[in-house]
Design a protein around this ligand. Structure first.
Ligand code: SAM
Length: 222
C-alpha cells in the first residue's frame, strides 16, 4: 500500500517536532514552512518513505538532499524576516529553495548540474512557487551582476571562504557556508559570516558534512 497524503503530513509534523524543534530550532516561520513543504516530492519515488527521516538522502548526479535538521539550522542562522533577496548556491533537489521562497522575498539559486536545475525548477513550478530563479553554472564566485544580497546560503563545502561571496553581501547581510578545515581538509565546519561596520565577522557553528563546492572559488574537481 502506498503511503497516503495524510501519512506524509503526519510524518512532516513528527519530523518538525522530534528532529527540528526538539534540537532547539525556534523560528516559528521556519517551523511552519517545514511543516508545509512536501519534502518527499524532492526525492525519487523509491525514497518517499525515507523523506522525513533524520539523515541526508541521495539525489541524481551523485549529490545529496541535506538532513532536514541541517537545512533548518542553516536557515535559522540567516534570521530572515521576509523582505530579503537571497542567493543560494547548490540548488540540488530544490527543497531548501522551496523553504527559502517561504521565508524571504526572492531567491536566486545556482546549480552546476543542468539536470538537477531542471528537475528542481519543475518541482517548484508544480508546487506553485514563483519567487525564485534557478540558474545553471558555477556559483562559487556568486553572481556579481546581481549583487548585493541580503543573505547567501552555500550548500556545498568550500576549501576556504570565497572572498567574492563575502563582497556580494549587503551591509548587515549574512552568509552560511561549510568550510574545510584541518590537515588535508579532514573535517568541515559551518560558519556564519556577517557583514557589519565595514568588516566581516565570522562565527563558527559546528562540525558538518557536505558535498564539495566545485568551481572557480571551490575545489577544482569532486
Ligand atoms: N540544499 C539542497 C537541497 O535541498 O536539495 C542540497 C544541496 S547539495 C548538498 C549541494 C549541491 O551543490 C549539489 O547539487 C551540487 O551539484 C551543487 N554544487 C556544488 N558546487 C557548485 C557550484 N560551484 N555551483 C553551483 N552548485 C554547486
Amino acid at each position: 500500500m502506498s503511503p497516503s497524503r495524510f501519512d506524509f503530513e503526519a510524518q512532516r509534523d513528527r519530523m518538525v517536532r522530534d528532529q527540528i524543534a526538539a534540537r532547539g530550532i525556534t523560528n516559528p516561520r521556519l517551523l511552519e514552512a517545514m511543516r508545509h513543504v512536501p519534502r518527499h516530492l524532492f526525492v525519487t519515488p523509491d525514497l518517499y518513505t525515507l523523506a522525513y527521516e533524520d539523515h541526508p538522502l541521495p539525489i541524481q548526479e551523485n549529490q545529496t538532499i541535506s538532513q532536514p535538521y541541517m537545512v533548518a539550522y542553516m536557515l535559522q542562522l540567516l534570521a530572515l524576516d521576509g523582505h530579503e533577496i537571497v542567493l543560494e548556491i547548490g540548488t540540488g533537489s530544490g527543497y531548501q529553495t522551496a523553504l527559502l521562497c517561504a521565508l524571504c522575498a526572492r531567491v536566486l539559486s545556482i546549480e552546476r548540474f543542468p539536470s538537477l536545475a531542471r528537475e528542481a525548477d519543475l518541482r517548484l513550478h508544480h508546487l506553485g512557487i514563483q519567487n525564485y530563479e534557478i540558474l545553471v553554472g558555477d556559483g562559487s564566485s556568486g553572481l556579481p551582476d546581481r549583487a548585493p544580497f541580503d543573505a547567501i546560503i552555500v550548500s556545498a563545502a568550500a576549501p576556504k571562504l570565497p572572498q567574492s561571496l563575502c563582497d556580494q553581501l549587503s551591509e548587515g547581510g549574512k552568509m552560511t557556508i561549510p568550510l574545510a578545515g584541518g590537515w588535508r581538509h579532514a573535517y568541515q565546519q559551518l560558519v556564519l559570516v556577517e557583514r557589519r561596520d565595514g568588516g566581516f565577522k565570522v562565527h563558527h557553528c559546528g562540525a558538518v558534512m557536505f558535498v564539495p563546492l566545485v568551481g572557480e572559488e571551490g575545489y577544482k574537481s569532486e
